[in-house]
Design a protein around this ligand. Structure first.
Ligand code: ADP
Ligand code: MG
Length: 396
């Protein structure tokens, strides 16, 4: 696995790629430091070995080089509070001064480079930038699962300069182990719950999971493309007309492979897209003209609960409704509770996806899940069966 667990980094200078892309408010105060805290096990392990650490991270999507609004400075401060020691911050971009700082770094000291995306080469996977970075340390550790699906200089290209000295950090290792469990050796029955707004973003994951699962629960807005393909009435509900054939093929594939699939039998419909709109409960495939579905209904929740509680392995990606509006969060919250309950009975459940994880956190149920992925896009691509450049670069 090339895990840092098996190596002692005493006296080494570790270039550690982390995901510090935290949300901030308009005054650039960090509103959620989860991502920083998730990198602490790796940072602490390296420090307790006696390594010095050169942290590399990105923040937002700066377009034209240095911009104060995209500086990692607030992150350096927060990290310093969390590890109770100074974090040297290189306000300057790469060059002789930064190299001198890295060189002078003593064991157990930490420095953080300014936002690596200030270099246009980063997102292009530029080799010269990767080489320049590589000179700052004597080994490379990637713990940035959230960007593992990107072939960038600091997430992939750099690894080639450390053919024998590249490793996964603890977060990355944990993500890979959990995702491999789902893909390679899940206990059955295995139920995938896939939702969200658009079927077009979930086709690949559905295709890759169908041969592996026993049950598929299809929820959220994407469900209405399936319903329309089946000839149901969907009113104004969200759907993608160019994916009707795809939906039919997916259902055919599930039938052929003996996958039982479930969709909401009832749903909450509204006369306009607002939390305080008029609403009523109708059958899942009988949505009246002028109304749109925004959540699944209570009968659906009961049906899903039965399936979830009978499952040994559960993967959940994509909310059941427009959970951002409190009146339409019931379906999503009910799934979150049921999945947590299944974990309490010894089932294994993984939750992933930016919005799904937000829903679970809002319900304060994250701790009760077996595993909550930190990488939205990266996790999806892994479950789609794709090779992630950040992972491949370490394994090659
Ligand atoms: P994740 O980030 O967990 O992968 P997605 O991004 O695929 O999830 O989907 C989340 C979005 O889907 C949420 O913003 C939610 O409001 C939306 N959504 C769910 N159900 C519906 C629906 N019936 N109509 C419109 N949007 C929906
Ligand atoms: Mg999302």
């Amino acid at each position: 696995m090339k895990s840092i667990k098996d190596v002692n980094f005493s006296g080494r200078k570790v270039i550690l790629r982390v995901d510090f892309n935290v949300p901030v408010d308009e005054n650039r105060n960090i509103t959620d430091d989860t991502r920083i805290r998730e990198s602490l096990p790796t940072i602490k392990k390296l420090l307790s070995d006696g390594a010095s650490i050169i942290l590399v991270a990105h923040f937002g999507r700066p377009k034209n080089g240095f911009e104060d609004a995209f500086s990692l400075k607030p992150v350096a401060q927060r990290l310093s509070e969390l590890i109770h020691q100074p974090v040297q911050f290189t306000q300057e971009l790469l060059g002789p001064n930064v190299e001198a700082m890295a060189k002078a770094l003593k064991p157990k000291e930490v420095m953080l480079l300014e936002n690596i995306r200030f270099y246009p080469g980063e997102t292009k996977g530029d080799v010269a930038l990767a080489e320049q970075l590589s000179k700052l340390g004597d080994c490379y550790v990637n713990d940035a699962f959230g960007t593992a699906h990107r072939e960038h200089s600091s997430t992939a290209t750099i690894a080639r300069f450390f053919p024998k000295d590249k490793y996964f950090g603890l977060l990355m290792e944990n993500e890979i182990k959990n995702l491999n469990y789902l893909l390679d050796k899940p206990e059955h029955p295995f139920t995938a719950i896939i939702g969200g707004s658009k079927i077009s973003t979930k086709i690949d994951i559905l295709n890759n999971l169908i041969p592996k699962v026993d049950n598929m629960i299809i929820i959220g807005g994407m469900r209405y493309t399936f319903t329309k393909a089946l000839g149901g009435k969907i009113g104004n509900s969200i759907h993608e007309d160019d994916k009707l054939e795809t939906a039919k093929e997916l259902m055919k594939k599930m039938d052929e492979m003996g996958v039982k699939y479930y969709m909401p039998i009832d749903c909450i419909v509204v006369d306009r897209f607002a939390n305080d709109a008029n609403r009523k409960i109708v059958k899942g495939d009988e949505i009246p003209d002028g109304w749109e579905a925004v959540d699944c209904g209570p009968k659906s929740s009961e049906l899903f609960r039965e399936v979830i509680l009978k499952s040994k392995t559960i993967l959940w990606n994509g909310p059941a409704g427009v959970f951002e509006m409190p009146n339409f969060a019931k379906g999503t919250n009910s799934i979150a509770k049921d999945v947590a309950e299944a974990c309490g009975h010894g089932s294994y459940a993984a939750v992933g996806g930016g919005d799904s994880v937000a829903a679970v956190q809002k319900m304060q149920l994250a701790e009760r899940m077996s595993y909550v992925s930190t990488g939205g896009g990266a996790m999806l691509e892994y479950l789609e069966g794709k090779t992630l450049p950040g992972i491949k670069a370490i394994l090659d």
